[in-house]
Design a protein around this ligand. Structure first.
Ligand code: BG6
Ligand code: MG
Length: 220
């Protein structure tokens, strides 16, 4: 059947994980504890609310609902400041080449992200026009590894799940793609993304021949 491609945003299209990290670290430090890059690994693909819950666990802090809501806003305000200056130079290597190739071949392209800031980021880096649909943290009720975000994206581009190819940098995202019955392509380390159908270090390792094979595969 006809194929469709679904991209995660943070860590796949742009390296925003570093800005999320800085914003969470700032909050942690304000609350009087450290937050390390290693701990930040657990935050990839995870919703803002769940991240704050994990952060407060790390710091051993119990919060009232009111405090919790305030800290959610504080973190996001800081994150928005960090991403304010983003431009196309922050698109990860060869991502644009991949999107361009798919566009030229009339392949539907969707975004499937947990972030509520997805659309403004795509606008800032000048990639918004490549996407036929954006499904993000504003549209889902169940977070990855639940497949909801990718199933909604598939429906929006009118491609059956078996014919969708998902690019993801988080284990939760790979698991979401797998339970949606989609082809999962991990971007990052084999050791972390061990459930993926394919793993590449980054898009420079993905050849146009490989994309062509995916597009023409008859398996499903
Ligand atoms: C995911 C990131 O894409 O979006 C997570 O990997 C982040 O780290 C989540 O917490 C939610 O993002 P936002 O922009 O809505 O806070
Ligand atoms: Mg990601």
């Amino acid at each position: 059947g006809k194929k469709g491609f679904i991209f995660d945003l943070d860590g796949v299209i742009v390296d925003t994980a570093k800005y999320h990290y800085l914003a969470w670290k700032k909050l942690a430090n304000q609350l009087g504890f450290e937050f390390t890059p290693e701990q930040n690994e657990m935050f990839k693909g995870v919703s803002r609310k769940r991240c704050l819950n994990i952060l407060l666990d790390i710091g051993g802090i119990k919060a009232s609902q009111e405090q919790f809501d305030t800290w959610m806003v504080d973190k996001n305000d800081d994150y928005l400041e960090y991403i304010d200056n983003m431009d196309e130079s922050e698109i990860l290597p060869d991502v644009k080449k991949t999107l361009q190739y798919l566009k030229e071949n009339n392949i539907p392209i969707a975004l499937g992200s947990a972030s509520k800031n997805a659309q403004p980021i795509l606008e800032k880096v000048g990639l918004l026009h490549y996407f036929d649909t954006i499904v993000d943290g504003n549209h889902v009720t169940k977070a990855k590894p639940d497949p909801e975000v990718f199933l909604i994206a598939a429906q929006a581009i009118r491609i059956t799940p078996e014919n969708c190819i998902v690019f993801e940098d988080s284990l939760a995202g790979i698991q979401a793609a797998n339970s949606a019955n989609m082809i999962s392509v991990g971007i990052g380390e084999h050791t972390i993304l061990k459930d993926a159908d394919f793993v590449f270090k980054d898009f420079t390792q993905i050849s146009l021949e490989f994309l062509e094979k995916l597009i023409n595969s008859k398996k499903s």
